[in-house]
Design a protein around this ligand. Structure first.
Ligand code: GLN
Length: 304
């Protein structure tokens, strides 16, 4: 299969759609990015890479970072993690508060903001130097020592992050946040501010493609069973209230971020990262989903 030819074709078809949708404006720093970008990168487990469009421009990975946070917390705590959050799709937007009261401060899953805040809290409690440990982990999985946090994006989100503060305080009132809310939020915003380009992003998910082992350095991060569980959660909850539609259209485990990135993968084969900043109503990249749907349709390949 000629992946380059396939992504060239998809790029030409989808590029005109990048004018639709809306850039996230609730984080002021994200508004500085212009819409119209489209980058696609495929990375195969046998170390071939294919790129088209804006795949060398770094962008804010935002909620995609929740997979890295979850991996770190899961590797430290194992299944005890699930005492503090669920594994069910939420059916609500990523920053919704409504279920938390009914469910006594236990978030539905680790990918909605409430769940990711609990994961941040766990990382703070279990790592001596959480900021370095997380970024070192991310640098290792994407095989690029230059990947970093963006301090001004983190600061910008902090200024307008009232809803995330509300989620964290609410969970603290139920005892499901152990560290000071301020510390948890600072870490969470910093995690979300990590910047990568599509090439980095596709590479960084190869450990999930490869049953939990980082293929660049042969380091085991998660076992095969843990990898299966994180991948399954990406299918059921990685795209929030659009997870069902994404599974139907794309048929791959995927994770999105409000910076306009989406990463998805086929176990044992490849990962694919797409970036286009304008979002649909669910906060997922509009053109990004179009690319991924075409990719699995044209190749006839998915997890099903
Ligand atoms: N940092 C963002 C927030 O908390 C992440 C949301 C996202 O990418 N869906 O709102």
């Amino acid at each position: 299969m000629d992946f380059q030819e396939i992504i060239n074709r998809i790029y030409n078809e989808v590029k005109p759609m990048t004018v639709y949708g809306k850039i996230a404006d609730y984080i002021p720093a994200l508004q500085q990015v212009s819409s119209g970008h489209l980058g696609i990168s495929i990375q195969t487990l046998d170390k071939k890479s294919y790129c088209k469009g804006d795949c060398n421009i770094p962008f804010s990975i935002q909620s995609i970072s929740k997979v890295f946070g979850l991996t770190l917390a899961y590797s430290k705590l194992g299944s005890k993690l699930w005492d503090r959050m669920g594994k069910e799709p939420s059916g609500t937007s990523f920053n919704s508060l409504v279920q938390l009261e009914h469910e006594q401060g236990i978030p539905r899953n680790p990918f909605i903001n409430a769940g990711a805040l609990v994961v941040s809290d766990i990382i703070l409690s279990h790592c001596n130097d959480p900021y370095s440990e997380l970024i070192d982990f991310v640098r290792e999985v994407c095989n690029d020592p230059n990947v970093n946090y963006n301090d001004s994006v983190a600061a910008s989100e902090k200024e307008t992050g009232d809803r995330n503060y509300a989620l964290a305080y609410f969970m603290k009132s139920y005892g499901n946040i152990k560290n000071p809310v301020e510390d948890v939020l600072s870490f969470y915003f910093k995690q979300c501010s990590i910047e990568m380009d599509c090439r980095n992003l596709a590479r960084s998910f190869l450990y999930l493609v490869n049953h939990g082992t980082n293929p660049f350095i042969g380091k085991n991060i998660l076992n095969a069973s843990q990898t299966k569980r994180i991948s399954a959660l990406m299918i059921t909850s990685g795209m929030y209230n659009e997870a069902g539609d994404f599974a139907y259209r794309v048929g791959l485990p995927g994770k999105s971020g409000v910076g306009g990135g989406i990463v998805a993968f086929i176990p044992q084969k490849l990962s694919i990262a797409v970036w286009s900043p304008a979002l649909n109503m669910s906060g997922n990249s509009l053109a990004g989903i179009e690319v991924l749907e075409r990719f699995t349709s044209y190749t006839g390949d998915s997890v099903f």
